[in-house]
Design a protein around this ligand. Structure first.
Ligand code: NAP
Length: 311
């Protein structure tokens, strides 16, 4: 069995996981990186990243991720498609069940990130892929010459709305409050854009078009006047935040009320040898650079842990 035990397994191939892989691989730990449901993580479905240090003109998210991947591979990180079904963190080495096989690992770095949040309306769920999307860069092209709506009031919603103006004739940004969470620079860009209109104090109560199997509009409730109205659009893009991918650790690790893994000293979980980094444990910053930072910390702590345990 000894030869089947990995020194470290990294869950997730976004910015945090890849940075952990670069550091662990350079430390000669031959990390195995499980790519997860969304290989490359959130950066792989974003557009221009303007705030990652080192690229004064910005860099496309997929290119940034591809560079990190190449860098990790160069030092011997091993990549595998697949995701964790269940884990047993009560035994050492940890048992990681991928469904078709079980991998044993002395340490585990959880960098499984966060996935798009949905409204949860039955009509929204029925129309995913038929006009409802959470990824503007993936699906925006299908809405050339059409009117669409984006929901959310944070940077993701602004970014999606701005990106979608390349294709759509009009983008209506629907937000449930008067005030926005988005950074000033993103909000100002959206406000200044001639194709973007704002609908505030507004919640979507239904996505229209279920019978036709394509989005024909949204029903919107004005939360101030309680008046409902319909807005004709061909697409609805969700930009309402993300949910951490940590439910498979419920009961074994401490999760907060929204499901984020609780860490102390940045990356330590309550199980020795298990570290968490990036968006799965960070509800405050959630930036590419902070995910990379905690990915680095997790790998350095793995090195230390293995050394202290005689490996
Ligand atoms: P966020 O900042 O958490 O914003 C989510 C937005 O969705 C909020 O405005 C929230 O409304 C709204 N919302 C949540 N649940 C909703 C629901 N059920 N119905 C209607 N509206 C709902 O998430 P984010 O925009 O994804 O950003 C996350 C982090 O990534 C932030 O730190 C952000 O700065 C960063 N980010 C940066 C960039 C960039 O710099 N280019 C791009 C994308 C993301 P309330 O405000 O009322 O809560």
């Amino acid at each position: 069995m000894a030869e089947n035990i990995r020194d470290t397994v990294i869950l997730g191939s976004g910015c945090a996981g890849l940075t952990a892989a670069i550091y662990a691989a350079r430390a000669n730990l031959k990390p195995l990186l499980l790519e997860g449901h969304e290989p490359g993580g959130q950066l792989s479905i974003t557009t221009l990243v303007e705030n990652f240090p080192g690229w004064p003109e910005g860099i496309q998210g997929p290119e940034l991720i591809e560079n990190m991947r190449k860098q990790a591979s160069r030092f011997g990180a091993e990549f595998r498609l697949g995701h964790l079904a269940t884990a047993d963190l009560t035994k050492h080495p940890f048992a990681l069940n991928l469904g078709h096989e079980t991998i044993h690992a002395r340490t585990l770095i959880i960098a499984s990130g966060a996935s798009a949040r949905w409204l949860g309306l039955p009509s929204e769920q029925a129309l995913i892929g038929h006009g409802v999307s959470s990824c503007a860069t993936c699906d925006g092209f299908f809405f050339s010459g059409k009117e669409i709506a984006v929901i959310g009031g944070g940077d993701s919603a602004m970014e999606e709305a701005l990106f979608l103006t390349r294709f759509a004739t009009k983008v209506t940004l629907i937000h449930r409050r008067e005030h926005f969470r988005a950074s000033r620079i993103m909000l100002d860009r959206a406000i200044a854009h001639p194709k973007i209109a704002f609908l505030t104090n507004a919640v979507i109560t239904e996505v229209l078009g279920v019978e036709k199997k394509e989005v024909t509009g949204v029903r919107v409730l004005d939360t101030v006047t309680s008046v409902e109205s319909e807005l004709g659009v061909s697409g609805l893009f969700l930009g309402i935040g993300h949910i951490p991918n940590a439910s498979m650790f419920a009961g074994q690790l401490d999760l907060d009320e929204d499901g984020y893994i609780k860490t102390h000293n940045f990356v330590f979980t309550r199980v020795p040898g298990v570290f968490a980094c990036g968006d799965v444990q960070d509800r405050r910053y959630r930036q590419a650079i902070t995910a990379a930072g905690t990915g680095c910390m997790a790998a350095l702590e793995v090195e230390k842990y293995l050394e202290e345990h005689g490996h």
